[in-house]
Design a binder for this molecule. Structure first.
Ligand code: GAP
Length: 458
């Protein structure tokens, strides 16, 4: 049985998350330009998604806050390694053997395949037919390099970004003059030929990982494992994820990734249940010793003070950008029956509010003239929009009633709406409306950039 850490084992009583909620989130993602099925005009492409203008901004913000948090730690350097690598890397890493495989069963009647952890009993969940014994299927994405498609040309799209860090470990250590302990971070695409991609963007065949590999003395590995686990949980909480929707589960021997001596999965309570969003692993010397053996390079670290040589142990934190995005989205999604504004029209509706943390909001500021048929209001609003564009991700919006426009912006998490009204023409000011409280205050246009910067950083 997996061990669930006692400190954060809180059963979510507050809301029974449902398929209905999932459908609404998927619909919002499509309708408002967050996520599109890949190659949609050709009927889509299984397990692959594209991110539209707002999805791009949200992903970018997630990556930025992750980078900022990582770089705030001492002794961390970034890397951007290639997706394609010498196939020997994957031999050494254990990804071409059973270690990196999905265990599947097949229905003897309808021949559908399922992951063993997705079925209970020995009947097919689709047709009730008998199922086969479990069999392993490797999930590395094979490809060919060069003009000849033979075995000599086979390589793989990387299944995890961290291997690029391990094979560059010596370059980084020597050229950056680092001393242990130190970390290397990387954000990049990873690919897995998932047999059963599902739950929207939760499990896909192409995704991005944000990984941190911390190289340390073996005796310090447990201490750093705990440190990084705490840091990563705090990161989600600081970004607004509700405590009751987050938990850390220790994975027992036999169920861990093939390289892990110790593993904690940080799980989020999705509409379809508790699922991993991030892994924290103590990889021991698995990676460096195997790459040393297979490459013939000595990847041991020389401690200049003691004169001792050893393979550093590695503590890893690894999260998928899209999975994190999905968790932030689910946590931020709210429906308010009757709406928050009590006008008769709004009272009949369901209002959607996407309460993303301000640092994640895809659009920081929307600029709205009160009405669009008054040229002097439109002119001033466009001037404000041009003034703010160099500093914030902005949107200019004049379509529909002001109430409708506020709701449209609330639905996509826009942090602030600025309205130019008739008073603005006389006083050279505007109203600034905060998304979550709907509080409005008047601010002079000359002070607006500074005010917004302060509010966004608060
Ligand atoms: N280097 C370690 C590693 O890759 P992992 O647990 O296999 O560990 C880490 O993956 C994270 O990558 C997961 O917690 C998840 O956020 C993301 N991830 C893994 N497979 C994914 C998939 N098929 N689709 C989307 N995200 C995935």
């Amino acid at each position: 049985m997996s061990k669930i850490c006692h400190w954060d084992f809180v059963i979510c009583h507050s809301e029974i998350m449902s398929q209905d909620k999932m459908d609404k989130i998927i619909s919002l993602c499509k309708r408002r330009g967050f996520v599109f099925p890949s190659s949609e005009i050709y009927g889509g492409f299984g397990g692959v998604y594209d991110f539209g203008p707002l999805g791009f901004e949200l992903k970018q913000n997630i990556k930025n806050v992750w980078l900022k948090a990582m770089k705030s730690q001492e002794n961390i350097v970034p890397l951007d390694s290639a997706i394609l690598m010498n196939p020997k890397v994957w031999q050494a890493s254990g990804h071409l053997t059973a270690g990196f495989a999905d265990e599947l069963v097949e229905c003897k009647s309808c021949h559908k395949r399922f992951k063993t952890d997705e079925i209970s009993g020995n009947k097919c969940p689709e047709c009730g037919g008998k199922i086969t014994k479990p069999k392993k299927f490797n999930i590395m994405m094979k490809t060919f390099v060069g003009p000849v498609e033979d075995e000599a040309a086979v390589t793989y799209l990387r299944g995890e970004t961290c291997q690029g860090i391990y094979v560059n470990y010596l370059n980084i250590l020597n050229l950056m003059r680092l001393k242990i302990p130190f970390g290397v971070i990387q954000i990049g695409k990873a690919f897995r030929n998932e047999v059963n991609p599902k739950n929207f963007i939760f499990r896909t065949r192409e995704f991005e990982q944000m990984e941190m590999e911390w190289f340390c003395e073996p005796k310090d590995a447990d201490k750093f494992f705990d440190f990084w686990k705490e840091q990563r949980i705090k990161w989600y909480q600081d970004l607004g994820i509700k405590k009751e929707n987050l938990r850390a589960v220790e994975i027992p021997e036999g169920k861990r990734a093939h390289y892990a001596k110790k593993q904690i999965d940080i799980e989020y309570h999705f509409p379809f249940g508790w699922k991993e969003i991030e892994g924290v692993h103590n990889r021991g010397d698995y990676d460096l010793s195997n790459h040393s053996k297979h490459s013939g390079e000595d990847l041991k670290y020389l401690d200049e003070e003691s004169g001792q040589k050893y393979f550093p142990h590695i503590i890893e934190t690894s999260v998928g950008v899209e999975r994190a995005l999905f968790a932030f989205f689910c946590d931020a999604y709210q429906e308010i029956k009757g709406g928050r504004t009590k006008t008769t029209k709004a009272a009949k509706e369901i209002e959607i509010l996407l309460k993303l943390h301000k640092s994640l909001a895809p659009i920081k500021v929307a600029v709205l003239p009160l009405v669009r048929n008054k040229p002097e209001l439109v002119k001033k609003a466009k001037e404000v929009y041009q003034l703010l564009r160099p500093y914030f991700t902005c949107q200019y919006d004049e379509l529909g009633s002001i109430g409708r426009r506020y709701r449209r912006q609330d639905e996509t998490a826009t942090a602030f709406c600025l309205t130019i009204d008739f008073e603005s023409l006389e006083k050279d000011d505007l109203t600034i409306r905060e998304r979550d409280t709907m509080k409005q205050e008047r601010v002079k246009i000359k002070d607006i950039t500074k005010t917004l910067k302060e509010k966004l950083e608060a």
